[in-house]
Structures are given as C-alpha cells and as structure tokens.
Design a protein around this ligand. Structure first.
Ligand code: ADP
Ligand code: MG
Length: 415
C-alpha cells in the first residue's frame, strides 16, 4: 500500500543542511531534531510564513536559527534577518545560540540590540554591517529612528515568545517594526500560547501562514516531578536548604514573587555561606548579564529570581526549581518549572505553600493543578530525615532517580 502522508524529515541529514551547520550541531551536542525543528526548518527554508505554537524547552531557537543561517546571502550588505524578542536576557541567549550555530561560518555577523546597554558598542557593531539582528522592540525602534539600523531589505522577521512580547505592551512597537519591513518579508512567529494579540499580528502581517502546533506531550512533554511542601515565612528558608542538602542539589533556581523577597532570601543564604546569586529588575543590565553568564558556567549553585527577570532564560541542567512563593499567575508556574526537565532531561519542582489565613494557598494550588493537569504531590519529612511522599512514605530521592513524572499538562492554555 502506498503511504500518502507527507513524510517529515527525521534527521538533520534529511534536512539537507550545510556542512558548517552539521559541524556546529555536533559541537553543540545536538544529534536529533526535535518535533518543532522537524516541522519548522523545511517550511522556513521554503520561504513560508509560519505561526508555531510550541511549549518551552522544545528547541525553538534552533528551529528558526538554522534556516536563518542556511538562507543568508553573504554578498548582501543590508540586515537580512531580524529576531525580535521580549527581554534583554532572551536577546543575549538567542544571540549566543545563533553564534554557536554559526561557529563554522566566521564571516557571519550577528548583533544584539537591547536597552540598558551603552549605545556606542551597538553602533560600532551596526557599522560593521551585520547579517542578523537580535533585538528587543524598543531598542530596535531607537536604532531605526536614528537611521542606524535599516530593516527595509529584511528577508525574514522572527517574533520569538510572541505572546509574552505582545502581552508586555510591545504590540505597537512590533507593528511599527513589521511595518518597516518589505511587504513580502517572511514573518515567522513563535509562541507558547495563541493569544488574541498574537492572532491579530499574524492576521495583519502574515500571508497564508502555515500553522504548526507542537503539543506538550510524548517526547516534548517535560519530565518534571512536581511536589508541594507546607512551609511559610522564615521556615521556608530552612526547608529550602534542607531539601537542597538532603537531595544533594547543586544547580537550582528559586523563584520569589517580589524583588524584596529575592533580596531578603539572597542575604539569608549568603550569610549561611551558600553559593548563591540573584536576578531582579533593579539590578543593572550589565550585572544581570554577568550573573546569568556565571550561573550558566556553574560558578554558583543557587539562582534566586523574580518572574520578570527570569523570563525566557534557558539554562541547561537545572536540577530543581523552587517556588519560594506560590506564583500569582498560573502561567508563571509553567514558566518557572519549565526551567527544569528541559530538552528531555528529568526535572524536579517544589512549591512552598502556606496554610495560614490570610495567606491560605489551598485554592491557588488547586487552581494550578487544574490549569496544568498536574498532580502536585505532598512532601513531608520522615523520622529519619528523608523527604518522602505524605501519601505513602516513598522517598523523593527514589522517585527522582526513577525519573517519575507527575502527570503533566497537555496544553498550557485552558484558563
Ligand atoms: P525553547 O525556545 O523552545 O524554550 P530553546 O531553543 O531555548 O527552547 O532550547 C532549549 C535547550 O534545548 C537549549 O539548551 C538547546 O540548545 C537545546 N536543544 C535545542 N535543540 C535540541 C535538539 N535537537 N536536541 C537536544 N537539545 C536541543
Ligand atoms: Mg525560546
């Protein structure tokens, strides 16, 4: 019988990429394309507009990065591709990943433009005629107004984390940017959810866009064991460090709801002589970059952050995520725990919840469970000092070793 379904390429070889890209992927330790990459790369190389919905940690950066690099015209002196993303951190991270992919193409110039950094360096870099610009909307517009970045000949525009970006109030800026690109520019949008704003922008600037949906299931489903522990106020510091010590964790992220809690916790752990640093909105950009880079290198073990400061950050091998405060929005919960269990590794997430009125988190937790379709299991300490399931006394270490997975969300969009 004949198979009439269109076959998706299963390997990078089948995608017909250049030798330089194959070598770069090998160097990055990437061997098999993920689903979003298998679906996006061929279409993007064929010039289609794309709107792709895929959960975090599924490899979207390479999904657009590979086609961008493969399709560059090295003879052209204008900017050929712009990648627009919501935060400075993400900007730095995407630029780094693109540079890794371009490791064997010395002649490719990639520049990142974002606020909070001196203009001088960016101006110098722009004078060297970059092929690809990765930018936050505000700073890119600045450069466009000054005439230092010309995007009137751009071949491809990528909007990464489009839902976040539009939700953060960048919709006007994004419209202005897309409005300056040629009418036939290929517009590629990536988003974890399909918000109203995302659909509006797609409708306005895309032509016959191909829709790609990658569900958070099967191979893409992050393997994250999710736990909750009752602890409030100062007691959380003790439980946090006890869990870190007994589970022998050396690479964790701790999320707090406010800057002041981040500062407070940072100080507490520092005084205990712990290997810790933090990210929040009041820290100057240059220092934030240093902290991020140091954490990525493994120079310190515990990263404490607010949601905004950590948005979109990809750090490899986070062993566990702690919700020091229960997140105020369901989506934040997914974003936070998405830092662990990425790219098929198994991860662990702990949430501290309070049971004391007026801070009774029972309903918040129930809401999160519903939103994420997840079981979040109660953890207590047994007499021997092991963290165990309240339900049946199973040790958490055993669960983690066996790669247990709480039943995780199918789609993160049902409100
Ligand atoms: P997303 O944008 O979908 O959240 P990223 O692009 O940040 O995900 O990728 C998450 C991590 O997975 C990165 O460290 C990246 O290098 C890695 N990665 C990307 N593609 C692959 C792949 N095909 N195989 C293994 N790891 C990959
Ligand atoms: Mg991404």
């Amino acid at each position: 019988m004949m198979d009439t379904t269109v076959k998706e390429p299963m390997t990078f070889e089948e995608l017909g990429l250049s030798e330089a890209t194959h070598k770069a992927l090998a160097k990055m330790g990437i061997t098999q394309p993920t689903e979003v990459q298998r679906k996006t790369i061929p279409l993007m190389m064929d010039g289609y507009d794309i709107i792709a919905k895929a959960p975090t940690g599924t490899g979207k950066t390479c999904a657009f990065g590979i086609p961008l690099l493969e399709c560059l015209d090295m003879g052209c002196r204008d900017i050929q591709a712009v990648v627009v993303c919501p935060t400075r951190e993400l900007c730095v991270q995407i630029t780094q990943e693109l540079r890794d992919l371009a490791a064997y193409r010395q002649e490719v110039r990639i520049v990142s433009l974002y606020g909070g950094m001196p203009m001088g360096k960016q101006l110098d870099a722009l004078k060297k005629k970059p092929h690809i610009v990765v930018a936050t909307p505000g700073r890119l517009l600045d450069h466009m107004k000054r005439g230092t970045a010309y995007i009137g000949n751009v071949y491809t525009a990528v909007l990464d984390e489009a839902d976040e970006m539009l939700k953060m109030g960048f919709i006007k800026d994004v419209r202005r940017i897309l409005g300056e690109t040629p009418a036939d520019t290929q517009v590629v949008m990536f988003s974890a959810t399909m918000s109203r704003e995302v659909m509006d922008v797609a409708w306005e600037y895309q032509k016959n866009a191909v829709e790609i949906t990658v569900a958070a299931s099967g191979e893409n489903r992050p393997k994250i064991a999710q736990f909750v522990m009752h602890a409030e106020g100062d007691a959380r510091v003790r439980e946090l460090t006890r869990l870190i010590d007994t589970l022998d964790l050396h690479r964790v992220m701790v999320f707090c709801n406010t800057k002041s809690t981040v500062r407070w916790l940072d100080l507490k752990l520092r005084r205990q002589g712990r290997s810790v640093d933090c990210l929040h909105g009041d820290i100057p950009q240059t220092q934030r970059n240093r902290v991020m880079a140091a954490y990525r290198r493994g120079d310190f073990e515990i990263m404490i952050a607010t949601d905004v400061a950590a948005r979109g950050i990809d750090v490899d091998d986070v062993e566990a995520v702690f919700n020091f405060d229960i997140p105020e929005e369901n989506e934040y919960y997914l974003h936070r725990i998405g830092r662990t269990g990425r790219a098929k590794r198994c991860g662990v997430a702990f949430t501290f919840m309070s049971l004391t009125i007026p801070h009774d988190d029972t309903y918040r937790l129930r809401d999160i469970k519903k939103y994420t379709h997840s079981d979040i299991l109660d953890v207590v300490w047994d007499e021997e000092g092991n963290a165990v399931l309240k339900e049946d006394g199973t040790r958490i270490t055993t669960l983690i070793e066996n790669g247990v997975q709480s039943r995780v969300y199918e789609e993160g969009e049902n409100e």
